[in-house]
Design a protein around this ligand. Structure first.
Ligand code: SAH
Length: 218
C-alpha cells in the first residue's frame, strides 16, 4: 500500500516523541535531525510501512538498518557541532549518514558491500546530501587522507577497538562503536584528549559484524 507523505511525517513525529524523546535523548540537534530525515526512503518499499517502528529492518545483503533509538543514542554520544567532520564505517542504507549530515559539516562514510554502497549513493544524490562523501572500501582502515576526524562512528560490531581508528581521531575527538562477540556487544564511547584516551560504556547492543583487516576476518 502506498502511504501519503503526510502519513510518514506523522509516523516520524510519533517515533521521535515515543521512542527517542521518551527514552531520554535531549540533544536538540539530534532530535531535529531525526525529525528531518525521511527514514522510509532508506528502506525497500516492502518495509517502508515499518520504517518508523521500534526495531531494526533488513536492507539486503544480510545487513540491517539500526533501530531509530540506537541511531539517536549513538549520534547524541558523538556530541556533534556544525563544524565537525565525521567518519562513519558501515554506510548500509545511508540513514545514519544522513542523520549525521543534518548536524555536522561533512560526513565521510565507508561501505564494504558494493550493492549497498551504490544504493546509498543514489539516495544521498536524490535527497541532495551534498556534504556526504562515500567510499567503497574496508572501513576498518579508516580514511587516512581525510583524518583527523572530530568524530568517528562504527555501525557494525568490532571484536575490539581498532587502534588505527583511534589514531585518526583529532584531539578532543569522540568515537562511538559496538565492541563484543558476534552476537552481542556493548556500545563504547572513546574521547581522545591531550593526556590520552578515555573510555566509557553506554550499554548493550546488537549489530552485524564489522568485517575487515581490523575487524572480524570473515
Ligand atoms: N549505518 C547503517 C547500518 C549499517 S549495518 C544504516 O544506517 O543503515 C552495518 C554495515 O556495515 C553493513 O552495511 C556492512 O556491510 C558494513 N560493514 C561491515 N564491515 C565493514 C567494513 N569493514 N567497512 C565498511 N563497512 C562495513
Amino acid at each position: 500500500m502506498m502511504r501519503s507523505v503526510y502519513t510518514h511525517d506523522r509516523l516520524r513525529e510519533e517515533m521521535v516523541k515515543n521512542q527517542i524523546e521518551a527514552r531520554g535523548i535531549t540533544d536538540p540537534n539530534v532530535l531535529s535531525a531525526m525529525r528531518a530525515v525521511p527514514r522510509h526512503l532508506f528502506v525497500s518499499e516492502a518495509f517502508a510501512d515499518q520504517a518508523y517502528d521500534d526495531h531494526p529492518l533488513p536492507i539486503g545483503e544480510q545487513q540491517t538498518i539500526s533501530q531509530p533509538y540506537i541511531v539517536a543514542e549513538m549520534t547524541q554520544a558523538l556530541a556533534l557541532t556544525a563544524e565537525d567532520r565525521v567518519l562513519e564505517l558501515g554506510s548500509g542504507s545511508g540513514y545514519q549518514a544522513a542523520v549525521l549530515a543534518q548536524i555536522a559539516y561533512r560526513v565521510y562514510t565507508v561501505e564494504r558491500i558494493h550493492a549497498l554502497y551504490s544504493k546509498s549513493r543514489k539516495i544521498f544524490d536524490r535527497l541532495q546530501y551534498h556534504n556526504i562523501v562515500s567510499r567503497y572500501a574496508d572501513g576498518t582502515l579508516g580514511w587516512e587522507e581525510e583524518s583527523p576526524f572530530d568524530a568517528i562512528i562504527v555501525t557494525a560490531g568490532a571484536p575490539e577497538v581498532p587502534l588505527v581508528l583511534v589514531n585518526q581521531l583529532a584531539v578532543g575527538g569522540r568515537m562511538v562503536l559496538p565492541v563484543g562477540n558476534q552476537t552481542t556487544q556493548e556500545l563504547i564511547r572513546i574521547v581522545r584528549t591531550e593526556q590520552g584516551v578515555h573510555q566509557t560504556r553506554l550499554g548493550g547492543c546488537r549489530f552485524v559484524k564489522l568485517v575487515g583487516e581490523h575487524g572480524w576476518k570473515k
